[in-house]
Design a protein around this ligand. Structure first.
Ligand code: HGY
Ligand code: MN
Ligand code: MN
Length: 494
């Protein structure tokens, strides 16, 4: 090795021993192997430890900036096509361009960044996650997958490998995964995968605005054709990779920064509306009321009881991990001295790893709600707002992501890593109870996902937190994946 880089490397490694990069909370710091992997990637461009710190600090700063790009001053809220969503899209486009990508916004609001590489017509490697958030959100859910993909591509570009990459690389910041506004989740990724609901343009938000009018209000065409043409052809895509926070406690409990997603639970979202007789709170005798509020209360408790105790659950080991949540309740006219006869509505979010079990429990839940309404003289409607089957991740893609995550976390080829504990302890495989854009993308192409440790497993909350070093690890795992893929697809010249 030439004297200069070698000397540089020595200086950096000495400096690095001071920079405590702890990836394993309960294991001695593995700073040297990690530094080696980064140095092998960037030392060739005569870069320094500063480059690594810049990479990490830039990604953290961008996550903080997105965390402040909100429609509310009190908490983080960035829902489909909101003013904050438009601002966030512009920021992401700048960062994608900074990484060497050509960018555009499509006709439903997804932000794309693409580099054609050596062969523009080769099937593209897609990466990304969602840019929208829930209400009172954390700043890593979705955003981490976008920021770390951009950071990895930026490193690839700074190593001069992006322009000659074996295939196009495209990062997509999806416009609506949470489905907060229209209740139908995956709007952005379902458009790219070509699996949008046929009636999607007529779905209404709380204000009664349809998706069509909302798109046109943002100067999008808002026509069926404009959405249909967003679909990518399967042959134009090699695969889809998404990095996302775990939104659960497993990785933290095991002191491990990265995990591999094996499968994503299926989900059903229902909207239940109960109708009774509106009236004066002070004059209608109790025996003469048709009050949907206690009806809804009884129905909600019965839903929870079924999801905890239904005998059907015994059909699948562990009850298929079935979970159920009533997250929203709404009453009209919503005045304390009015019997809310017009309507009481609530949502049901029901998930399980076993699709037939989920469908059977949904049937039991619907029957229970209907029988409670019959007993109370109420009418009810139950609308299925969204349904997604459980999806498995591609085994080969999982193996590549596992290798990339392992080399990020501990060992580098020739880097003199420490004795690795049992390999499957290093980057464990997990089930995802949370939904992700990868579910929609699985209709288009093979999918792979990496999970990143988050503090206390907390998510969908301002307490959501990822350490700076784990942000770095998520970017580097994607860089490793890209480099490994390049070597695998484009063997070194003999
Ligand atoms: O609800 C979910 O599982 C995801 O956060 N959209
Ligand atoms: Mn979420
Ligand atoms: Mn998410």
């Amino acid at each position: 090795m030439a004297a200069a880089p070698c000397g540089l490397l020595l200086v950096l490694l000495l400096l690095a021993s001071k920079w405590n990069l702890r990836l394993h909370a309960n294991r001695p710091s593995n700073v040297l192997p990690l530094l080696c992997v980064v140095l092998t990637e960037i030392a060739t461009s005569e870069d320094s430890l500063d480059a690594i710190k810049t990479l990490r600090d830039e990604a953290v700063a961008r996550l903080n900036q997105l965390g402040k790009t909100s429609d509310s001053k009190e908490f983080l809220e960035r829902t489909f096509l909101s003013p904050a969503a438009i601002r966030a899209g512009k920021l992401v486009q700048e960062w994608m361009q900074d990484a060497g990508l050509s960018t555009w916004m499509d006709d439903i609001g997804n932000i794309h960044g693409r580099a054609d590489g050596a062969n523009a017509s080769a099937p593209a490697l897609l990466m990304g996650s969602h840019l929208d958030t829930v209400i009172d959100a954390g700043k890593y859910d979705g955003a981490l997958g976008i920021v770390s993909a951009i950071a990895a591509v930026k490193m690839l570009n700074s190593n001069g490998k992006l322009r000659s990459y074996v295939r196009p690389i495209e990062i997509i910041a999806f416009c609506d995964e949470e489905g907060v506004r229209f209740q139908s989740t995956f709007l952005g990724s379902a458009a790219v995968a070509g699996v949008l609901r046929p009636d999607i343009l007529s779905v209404r938000d709380r204000s009664g605005a349809t998706l069509e009018t909302s798109l046109k209000a943002r100067s999008f065409k808002g026509t069926r054709d404009s959405l249909v043409q967003l679909r990518y052809s399967p042959e134009s895509v090699w695969g889809y990779v998404e990095v996302h926070i775990e939104q659960g406690p497993v990785l933290e409990a095991r002191g491990i920064p990265l995990g591999l997603v094996e499968a994503i639970a299926g989900q059903t979202r229902l909207k239940v509306r109960l109708h009774g007789a509106q009236g004066h709170a002070g004059t209608v005798p109790m025996a003469m009321r048709k009050d949907p509020m206690p009806g809804a209360a009884q129905a909600i408790v019965s839903v929870e009881k079924l999801c905890r105790e239904s005998p059907t659950l015994a059909r699948v080991p562990g009850g298929g991990g079935l979970v159920c949540t009533v997250g929203e309740i709404f009453s009209w006219p919503g005045a304390s001295n009015v019997i809310p006869g017009e309507q009481v509505a609530f949502t049901i979010d029901l998930r399980a790893t076993d699709d037939s079990l989920r469908e059977e429990i949904v049937g039991e839940v619907e029957e229970s709600i209907r029988s409670i309404c019959r007993g109370r003289g109420l009418s009810c409607t139950i609308d299925k707002m969204h349904e997604a089957k459980a999806v498995g991740c591609d085994k080969d893609l999982m193996a590549s992501l596992k290798a990339a995550a392992e080399s990020t976390v501990l060992e580098v080829p020739g880097g003199g890593g420490v004795d690795a504990p049992a390999a499957d302890d290093l980057v464990p495989s997990l089930m995802s109870g949370a939904g992700h854009d990868a579910m929609a993308m699985s209709h288009l192409t093979k999918i792979g996902m990496l999970f990143v440790r988050c503090k206390g497993g907390i998510s969908h909350s301002p307490a959501e937190s990822v350490s700076d070093d784990d942000v770095l690890a998520s970017s580097l795992s994607l860089l490793h994946f890209l480099n490994n893929h390049l070597e695998h697809e484009q063997p070194a010249p003999i």
